[in-house]
Design a protein around this ligand. Structure first.
Ligand code: PSV
Ligand code: MN
Ligand code: MN
Length: 424
């Protein structure tokens, strides 16, 4: 389904006066509100194709109805999100959950919604019916060369699909690891992974990157071969300039200082970008900002400071993507909430008085440093986000409009109550 432009205009008209009052109030306290609005308009967050269906857990899956049944329908859902918030102009595909048979047609269909293709993701953590060898004991780290070769070839095939869609990065997440001590020689597993990744690296087009994702545990519960940022950084350093480390917020052990990791990867030019989500325990894939919005703000504070220090373009220098999937929420509503949370944290970080913070740090004025950060964090920037959306042609309140048009009911009518999307 597509949202008529007039619906957005009517919605905005009905909220305009209240919005203006709220915006004027907050704008008065911001020194360069126009600069912030411009950055917010430019800032786009990719949507993963697997987040458009109701996510499963290993205990069950409960479809919410009207899920996209094909790549085209996934693209249409991202198109709907983008029409509402003007902040999600790309989609990230996962092969073979998504097979873009006819790239020219798929690209044209996506561009009809103002969308392009973000990183492509390979999948060597599940066996496919057609494959010769099983990934039960891993893929790129496997002791058997034939299995490694199969996984390498799959990644090269994913690059080919991506190149046809004008993607510019291959995202690799491996479940490779071990469940019991003694199962695996950890050094051997790491060396084989590096060797396999080198073959994939050689197949990358010149203007491509490979993003190496890490995760401490699950599905393996004793060791994961790319288990933390150190292991990913080691691999991406050995591979070369086109390899970088991808930070998925849910892939850290409890209370890890993620902002410090981000700051150092950025310093080394090795930060590929993000998979945004939130978590309380582990890889919970909860809605961004639903558990720990302050941490998200602190991450953005490191990003804004670090990128500005290096003259990097906030919107384009690294990859911004959501990676979340839910059992109980409408996926489109959840994604709208996630995008909003990311942009709130970004806008708040843009409000940090950096020169004053530098001074407080020089003076070892710890109290003042905290005051400066929290002054920005406690500012209600939502009217600034709404103003940016309004100027970009989106809705003042995307979630309210999505609900108000009963869009999900229309999707259920079009696709059926039992429609189930491909994904985890
Ligand atoms: C599994 O943990 C995972 O959530 C990783 O974060 C990947 O990015 C994603 O699946 C898709 O492969
Ligand atoms: Mn991820
Ligand atoms: Mn994950």
């Amino acid at each position: 389904m597509e949202l008529g432009k007039h619906l957005i205009e009517e919605h905005n008209q009905s909220l305009l006066n209240t919005h203006k009052r709220k915006f004027d109030f907050v704008a008065e306290g911001v020194s360069d509100v126009e600069g912030v609005i411009k950055k917010l308009i430019d800032f786009q967050i990719a949507i993963p194709s697997w987040a458009l269906g109701t996510g499963g857990t290993r205990f069950g899956r409960f479809s919410g109805g009207g899920e996209p049944r094909s790549l085209e329908e996934k693209i249409a859902d991202v198109g709907l999100i983008h029409a509402l918030n003007k902040s999600s102009n790309s989609i990230s595909l996962h092969i073979p959950w998504d097979i873009p048979e006819n790239a020219t047609e798929i690209k044209a269909y996506a561009s009809h919604f103002g969308l392009h293709f973000d990183a492509v993701n390979s999948n060597t953590f599940q066996d496919q019916p057609s494959q010769a060898h099983s990934y039960k004991y891993g893929s790129l780290h496997h002791v058997d060369k034939a299995v490694r070769q199969q996984a390498i070839e799959h990644n090269i095939e994913v690059i080919k699909y991506g190149a046809e869609l004008d993607s510019k990065a291959l995202s690799v997440w491996l479940s490779d690891g071990s469940n019991f001590p003694g199962q695996l020689n950890m050094r051997g597993a790491f060396e084989r992974t590096l060797d396999s990744l080198q073959h994939i690296y050689e197949a990358l087009p010149n203007d491509w990157k490979v993003w190496v994702e890490y995760k401490p545990y699950e599905p393996n519960f004793y060791s994961t071969t790319i288990g933390d940022w150190g292991q990913s950084y080691l691999l991406s350093s050995k591979l070369g300039e086109k390899a970088q480390t991808l930070v998925d917020l849910g892939h850290h052990l409890g209370s890890t200082n993620i902002e410090q990791i981000v700051s150092l990867l950025l310093m080394e030019g090795k930060l590929a970008g993000f998979h945004f989500n939130d978590s309380k325990y582990g890889d919970d894939d909860l809605t961004v900002g639903s558990i720990n919005p302050y941490q998200l703000f602190l991450i953005f504070n490191e990003l804004v400071e670090g990128m500005d220090a290096r003259g990097m373009n906030h919107a384009t220098a690294i990859g911004w993507m959501i990676d979340a999937s839910h059992n109980v929420k409408d996926p489109i509503e959840d994604l709208l909430q996630s995008v909003e949370a990311i942009k709130i944290a970004y806008a708040q970080a843009l409000l940090v008085d950096q020169p004053a913070l530098v001074q407080a740090q020089q003076d070892n004025d710890v109290v003042q440093a905290q005051e400066i950060l929290q002054q920005a964090y406690r500012t209600d920037v939502r009217p600034i986000l709404a103003e940016a959306r309004l100027r970009a042609g989106g809705a003042i309140q995307p979630l309210a409009l999505f609900r108000g048009t009963a869009a999900r009911n229309q999707l259920i009518q079009e696709r059926g109550l039992k429609a189930v999307s491909t994904g985890l």
